[in-house]
Design a protein around this ligand. Structure first.
Ligand code: LLP
Length: 398
């Protein structure tokens, strides 16, 4: 989606310098072509299995992006009442919405029941009892699955590993069978699915197979006691290429490995909850150099992109590639590229070889479409940066 034409960097057919001059910086910029092509890889990858692609909207919940994905048939994986509202407003069908999260409140459960969503991915027994109670009050039957923690290691960052024991997510594999039996006996509960989500930024799909094998055993055991699972939710988590050496696998690879376990079931629908791999590399942050400085042995490029615009480096020590908008023949130096916020962890890149840009020059932070704007804040009383969707030569403020 990013290309130099001559010495100028473009998103699709739009010059980033021009965009920066028109809208100011920092600015989130997304490529519609890349977004759609990422989503279509899921649609195509899973086209020969009965499936629903439930976009994990926590990655980026911009209304226009949701509408765009809805127009290609996306469902949604939501984690709050706020997300449910945004999903429905964007035209995502309630029958394609799954509700995850460890702390669904009574109000949120009631709203989701009234909206008639596809299912709740239940994360504790107390939550199940709460859903049963509220469904009873509303004279409804709540469709549920349990999010089962399969205790597999997704080999990713410790902050985004979710499928191991000791995390707050899901119910323990060993408890699941008993919980399902109790759920099946509850008056206002209809057991329809099973769910697991093992982590995020997963570059190798093998752990998905380990999880599927455990989940499949549980499905078979449940069916011996007459509990029939219609939906198998395999979660999200496919990684993207942040670094040159990252070799992410594709939705087709994911389909292949999970179906090596699940293809024996002819009557079930597979649900996938991708977030990052749909929007991550379809978005950038455009910013500007404010100053340069050297303190002791360390050199800094101070920019107007703060940790309030992109918190991933501060929070996870995440790597994001940075590019100058105008190809530079200037001398390169090892620098820290930082933001203007009063925190030592307010950085974009550390010890990075980068041309010594001057005041006012523009830069781009790559792979900021997922968990960029979505995790933005007004810290230091900074404004949330605007968002632009580019399609060919068209520019749309979204
Ligand atoms: N489903 C569930 C239940 C999840 O908790 C998540 C992400 C997803 C799906 C989507 O995962 P994805 O396909 O995006 O990997 N803020 C962190 C990532 C947190 C992920 C939380 N859960 C980051 O910036 O790396």
């Amino acid at each position: 989606m990013l290309k130099y034409s001559g010495s100028e960097l473009y998103v699709e057919k739009v010059s980033l310098s021009k965009l920066a001059k028109k809208f100011g910086t920092p600015l989130y910029v997304y490529s519609e072509e890349k977004l759609v092509s990422n989503f279509k890889k899921y649609v195509d990858g899973f086209n020969d299995v009965d499936s629903i692609i439930c976009y994990a909207m926590k990655a980026n919940s911009n209304a226009e992006i949701l509408k765009l994905l809805a127009s290609f048939g996306a469902g949604a994986d939501i984690v709050s009442g706020g997300e449910l509202k945004k999903a429905l407003n964007a035209g995502i069908k309630a029958q394609k919405i799954v509700y995850s999260g460890v702390g669904k409140t009574a109000r949120e459960i009631e709203y989701a029941l009234k909206s008639n969503i596809l299912m709740f991915n239940v994360e504790s027994f107390e939550e199940l009892e709460q859903i049963n109670k509220i469904a009873g009050k509303l004279k409804k039957k709540a469709r549920i699955s349990f999010r089962v923690n399969p205790d597999v290691d997704a080999h990713t960052h410790k902050h985004i590993t979710t499928g191991k024991f000791g995390t707050k997510f899901g119910v323990m594999y060993e408890d699941a069978f008993g919980f399902y039996k109790k759920a099946a006996a509850m008056k206002n509960i209809e057991v329809v699915g099973i769910d697991s989500h093992i982590g995020s930024q997963i570059l190798d799909v093998k752990p998905f197979k380990l999880a599927a094998e455990k989940i499949s055993k549980l499905i078979d055991k449940l069916e011996t006691v007459g509990i029939n699972i219609r939906y198998i939710d395999i979660g999200g988590g496919l990684g993207i290429k942040y670094k040159k050496e990252d070799k992410p696998q594709t939705p087709a690879d994911l389909k292949k490995i999970v179906m090596s376990v699940y293809s024996k079931y002819k009557d079930k629908t597979i649900i996938v909850e991708p977030g990052r791999s749909v929007v991550g590399d379809a978005g950038i942050i455009l910013g500007q150099v404010i100053y340069g400085k050297t303190t002791g042995t360390k050199s800094f490029i101070i920019t107007n992109i703060g940790m309030n615009d992109l918190i991933r480096p501060a929070l996870y020590d995440a790597y994001h590639n940075v590019l100058p908008v105008k190809k530079s023949s200037k001398k390169q130096k090892v620098v820290d590229i930082v933001g203007p916020i009063c925190e030592s962890d307010d950085f974009i890149a550390k010890d990075r070889k980068f041309p010594i840009l001057e005041q006012g020059e523009y830069i781009v932070v790559e792979c900021a479409g997922a968990y960029g704007r979505a995790m933005a804040s007004e810290y230091n009383s900074r404004q949330i940066a605007p968002e632009i969707l580019v399609k060919g030569t068209k520019i749309n403020k979204i």
